[in-house]
Write a protein that binds this ligand. Structure first.
Ligand code: ADP
Length: 376
């Protein structure tokens, strides 16, 4: 996951609103912009990506620990739970922990390689599965919420937004799909699902509104025959609307990427009771601080709760958070080796001060370090 620059979740409050269609088209559209893209379909109960991309007869190769995604073309790789189901006509009955383990396996064991974007088609709603995904994928850029315009669907969108806020998941924007039907003969637009609830909600909650995509018979045909609309030469209103909806996402990410290049320091510090914890593997939280090495200033501070203690878990998790420096009190030799292998700088023997104070001292070259006071 740490080799993936941007991760976007595609969510919806309900099924059938076009979430998978938008996820597949977003992934393909990004490839037309020269990006290397992965598309991960974790809609356990209705995986539609294999059908949408005409990949139904494919199955992934590799081992359960290293699953090779299916190449759709040179720049798009696809992995879907649909590839692993024996019979598309039989519903899958999964118990909660099985779902969580399956999602975990997908997230950790697919060998994506270096990607610019991973687009994740999530199961609809705000239940256990989107929750697992949001918790298991590190450093997600944010979520796109797809809805239809009518009030009934909007109630579920509100739940989706609350879900994102509780998980500190940035909402990249709302897309209103199936918003009106443009007659292919006369070009007149008729609203089928009346209202513009998604747009109103976005305005009320100060969330970007990415646009409306009309109903389009050509889109249904394209989905049913596995030919995503973005690939087609026909410029339908839906296709133009999708492109317009996706453009701002790319612009925002290019901006954050440029910022990241300037702010190249991301420092993690183990914290207990607000100050540095001497016990690296047993701290309460990690402060992750972005700092500008040129101006020697702190630009952002976030607190994260680490995963349960087990060998190798912290180096993996901190790598996923794109950390490149660690300030610690004490740290075991094995962890130090793992960080060094991942080009993460480590400072040990730091005193029990607040994270901001430690970073300021570090940036100004005044951090006083002592013994590696705890080596486990
Ligand atoms: P979800 O992932 O939300 O369950 P899908 O992407 O599978 O929804 O879409 C459900 C159905 O709606 C598919 O048959 C798809 O072709 C169709 N569909 C999606 N968006 C549109 C649209 N804008 N116009 C016409 N049909 C659409």
């Amino acid at each position: 996951m740490q080799n993936i620059k941007h991760k976007i979740l595609v969510l919806s409050g309900k099924g059938g609103v076009g979430k998978s269609t938008i996820a597949a088209n977003l992934a393909l559209w990004l490839t037309t912009k020269g990006k290397n893209v992965g598309l991960l379909d974790i809609d356990i109960h209705g995986p539609s990506i294999p059908k949408l991309l005409n990949l139904e007869d494919k199955s992934p190769t590799g081992t359960p620990e290293q699953i090779t995604p299916i190449p759709y073309n040179d720049t798009l790789k696809v992995m879907s739970i649909g590839f692993l189901l024996p019979d598309e006509n039989n519903p899958v009955i999964w118990r909660g922990p099985m779902k969580h383990n399956l999602i975990k396996q997908f997230v950790s064991n697919v060998t994506w390689g270096n990607l610019d974007y991973l687009v994740v088609d999530c199961p609809p709603g705000t239940g256990d599965e989107p929750l697992s995904i949001a918790q298991l994928i590190p450093s997600v850029d944010g979520a796109i919420i797809v809805t239809t315009p009518q009030q009934l669907a909007i109630l579920d969108v509100k739940k989706c937004i609350t879900f994102c806020r509780r998980l500190n998941l940035h909402v990249l924007g709302i897309i209103e799909n199936m918003a009106g039907f443009v007659c292919p003969n006369c070009g007149k637009k008729t609203d089928i699902f009346s209202g513009n609830g998604g747009q109103q909600l976005a305005t009320n909650l100060n969330i970007p509104f990415l646009g409306q995509i009309p109903l389009d018979p050509y889109l249904v045909l394209a989905c049913d025959t596995g030919k995503p609309i973005i690939k087609s030469d026909t410029k339908t209103p839906a296709m133009r609307a999708m492109q317009n909806a996706f453009e701002p996402l790319l612009r925002e990410h290019e901006k954050t990427s440029a910022n990241k290049e300037v702010q190249e320091m991301r420092i993690a510090i183990p914290i207990t009771d607000g100050k540095l914890s001497a016990h690296f593997g047993h701290c309460q939280q990690f402060a992750v601080i972005d700092a500008d090495p040129d101006t020697k200033t702190i630009t952002n501070t976030e607190m994260f709760t680490p995963p349960a203690h087990e060998p190798g878990a912290l180096p993996r998790w901190l790598g996923g958070l794109c950390v490149n420096t660690i300030i610690a009190g004490g740290m075991g030799q094995r962890a130090q080796q793992l960080f060094a292998q991942n080009n993460i700088d480590i400072v040990v023997g730091a005193p029990d001060e607040t994270p901001e104070q430690l970073v300021e001292n570090y940036l100004s070259g005044q951090l006083q370090t002592g013994q590696n006071i705890c080596d486990h």
